[in-house]
Design a protein around this ligand. Structure first.
Ligand SMILES: C[S@@+](CC[C@H](N)C(=O)[O-])C[C@H]1O[C@@H](n2cnc3c(N)ncnc32)[C@H](O)[C@@H]1O
Length: 273
């Protein structure tokens, strides 16, 4: 028998919660529908789904709505969490979960073919910054040529989230997303920056400059609060776009996305020096 390779990575805290990844899932469904649909046998990986497989089931349901032949594999490095995923799957067996599976693994991604999507949420937070950069390299190397890695972080109930996308050619975009009625100012999203950026939120670094500019736009847009927090956010993003390369066209930008409390910029807007 061939030796069993140890999955690449570390077991970390398994904190998760139903629906906490709704913002990123909604964004993936809107922005990645075309590549997911145009691939003949699309495969998506949910890497590091945590103590309960609930967010993998949600990803599956949300993305099957836009790509009906999508297969989804939930990968966990902790064997007990893989067993939990399989148990829930066995209890839900039937056509409603066709194409969904769970297996043990790590950054090596033990899947039968290169995935068109890897979602890794709240996974790298507990790694050091060099390990996070290495994980980006490892994961993007394994993507389908048309594939994308969506790597990010959110708070416990998914009201604040930041994620980056990467293709096999490297980082592409950064997205900030917030529940607007409870948002004090955009720079509070800094707590949710991906591990590769969180230590770069210091004066002189692009991500710090961006968030400071966004706060100024948010302050200038305060009178728009009379029409609700969405109107204020849309105005703040519109102002930010005058000085920073905000993506303003669908599927990544424009009012449809901004009214959800999102804004997406090219990675170059935040790439550390
Ligand atoms: C905080 S939970 C995140 C759960 C879920 N993704 C969410 O956002 O709600 C992080 C999970 O990632 C797993 N993990 C960490 N490194 C991993 C790796 N290299 N490969 C697979 N899973 C990993 C941990 O075991 C843990 O269960």
């Amino acid at each position: 028998m061939p030796p069993t390779l140890r999955p690449r990575g570390e077991v970390t805290r398994g904190t998760t919660a139903p629906n906490r990844l709704r913002r990123v899932d909604r964004w993936i469904a809107a922005t990645q529908a075309r590549p997911l649909r145009s691939h003949p046998r699309p495969l998506a990986v949910d890497l590091g789904y945590g103590a309960s497989p609930v967010t993998t089931f949600e990803l599956y349901t949300r993305l099957r709505a836009v790509a009906s032949n999508l297969e989804v594999v939930g990968i966990e490095i902790d064997p007990g969490r893989v067993a939990a995923g399989r148990e829930l799957l066995a209890r839900s067996a039937g056509p409603a979960v066709a194409g969904l599976s769970f297996r043990r693994g790590g950054f090596e991604l033990p899947v039968p073919r290169p995935p068109v999507l890897v979602r890794a949420f709240n996974v790298l937070r507990q790694y050091g910054e060099p390990a996070a950069w290495q994980a980006w390299d490892d994961l993007t190397e394994r993507l389908d040529p048309s594939g994308v890695l969506v790597e990010g972080t959110c708070d416990e109930i998914g009201r604040r989230a930041v994620w980056a996308t990467l293709t096999p050619d490297g980082p592409r975009t950064i997205t900030f997303a917030a529940h607007l009625p409870t948002l004090e100012r955009p720079s509070t999203l800094a707590e949710r920056l991906p591990k590769t950026l969180i230590h770069r939120n210091v004066p002189g670094e692009p991500v710090h400059d961006l968030l400071a500019a966004f706060d100024r736009c948010w302050a200038t847009a305060a009178p728009h609060s009379a029409f609700g927090p969405r109107a204020r956010w849309i105005e703040a993003v519109t102002l930010l776009a005058r000085t920073h390369p905000v993506l303003t066209r669908p599927p990544y930008g424009g009012r449809t996305r901004w009214r959800l409390g999102e804004v997406t910029l090219p990675w170059t807007a935040v790439a550390p020096y």
